[in-house]
Ligand binder design. Structure first.
Ligand code: NAP
Length: 300
């Protein structure tokens, strides 16, 4: 029996969206794309993707599943409900999958409004960075109606190596908020461990090696620790995006009545680094705030 694959749409071809859309095309899905800056879609057009003029134009071409991968909550809202947005033209039965990291509350609202038109809205934020997007090894945290999740599962499995359905709409974004809490508070611990090592005459590389193999080992220690020690602040994942994510996390926690003391502290340090012009540096550049507070430099 021939495997007839559904037509797909893709909106938002940035650092994450472009390689994820490319991986879907490599898996033989036909693709219509739209990007605010159309030139960024050119590599996919050269591989046979159709270029739409607007989200509404993309929806009119009738893809069964449409992926969104844009920056923040207002950007997803604009793509869905703005002038020439998807909601103005998508047919009932369409499934929209949002890979952006945005507010869980707004996600529930978008899902409710779209459900009134017979459209499923699934939140599917990702972890794993640009490398995970390129290699198809992302962790994907999914919220939304079970039947719709099952329909898109083969596509999510093309772009991710771990795909977990967490429950109703919004819970994928809540899980991504949990991911950011665990990751960023760990990074603060890594910075402080490196600071004590360096200021006590313990070689930072040896500390990373010794600690990394034990119970305090982490992705941040192994991958970002050596960069902090070397003063390498290139992104990776930019501080501007972390600040966006942590604002979402702190807002969600306040609504849930959960105090997040560690997260609030590292959020302040990220803001300090951004205020000093470091917004486009990688997350590990939060070490600069630790250096300022301690009056030393990691790579003296
Ligand atoms: P990016 O490279 O800056 O790309 C952002 C994309 O969103 C671009 O295509 C941009 O269009 C589009 N966009 C932004 N605002 C828009 C608007 N109002 N209307 C239409 N299009 C708009 O960002 P990214 O790194 O791919 O991140 C995308 C999402 O993934 C974000 O929510 C981010 O937090 C999340 N994420 C990123 C990473 C990472 O390592 N980068 C990891 C996990 C999750 P233009 O091309 O016209 O600017």
């Amino acid at each position: 029996m021939t495997d007839i694959k559904p037509q797909l749409g893709y909106i938002g071809l940035g650092i994450m969206g472009l390689p994820m859309a490319r991986n879907l095309m490599n898996a033989s899905y036909a693709m219509t794309i739209w990007n605010r800056t159309p030139e960024k879609g050119q590599p996919l057009v050269e591989r046979g993707a159709e270029l739409a003029d607007s989200p509404a134009d993309l929806a009119k071409r009738g893809p069964a599943v449409i992926f969104i991968n844009v920056t923040d909550t207002p950007d997803v809202e604009a793509v869905l409900f703005g002038d020439n947005g998807l909601a103005s033209a998508a047919k009932p039965g369409t499934i929209i999958v949002d890979h952006s990291t945005i507010s869980p509350d707004a996600t529930r609202d978008f899902a409710k409004r779209l459900a009134e038109q017979g459209i499923d809205f699934l939140d599917a934020p990702v972890s794993g960075g640009d490398i995970g997007a390129q290699q198809g090894t992302l962790s994907i945290m999914v919220g939304g109606r079970d039947g719709a999740v099952q329909t898109v599962m083969p596509m999510l499995e093309v772009v991710g190596k771990s795909v977990i359905h967490l429950g109703e709409a919004g819970l994928g974004q809540t899980c991504k908020a949990c991911n950011q809490i665990a990751g960023m508070v760990t990074l603060l611990g890594v910075c402080e461990a490196l600071a004590l090592a360096q200021q006590s005459g313990l070689e930072m590389g040896k500390m990373i090696q010794a600690v990394g193999g034990g119970a305090a080992g982490s992705w941040q220690l192994t991958n970002l620790g050596p960069k902090i020690a070397a003063g390498d602040h290139d992104p990776g994942f930019m501080i501007d995006l972390v600040n966006k994510d942590l604002a979402i996390v702190l807002d969600a926690a306040e609504r849930a009545g959960v105090p997040l003391q560690g997260t609030a502290q590292i959020a302040d340090l990220f803001k300090q680094v951004a205020a000093q012009g470091g917004g486009r540096l990688g997350t590990q550049a939060v070490a600069k705030a630790i250096e300022s507070a301690g009056g030393f430099s990691f790579n003296d």
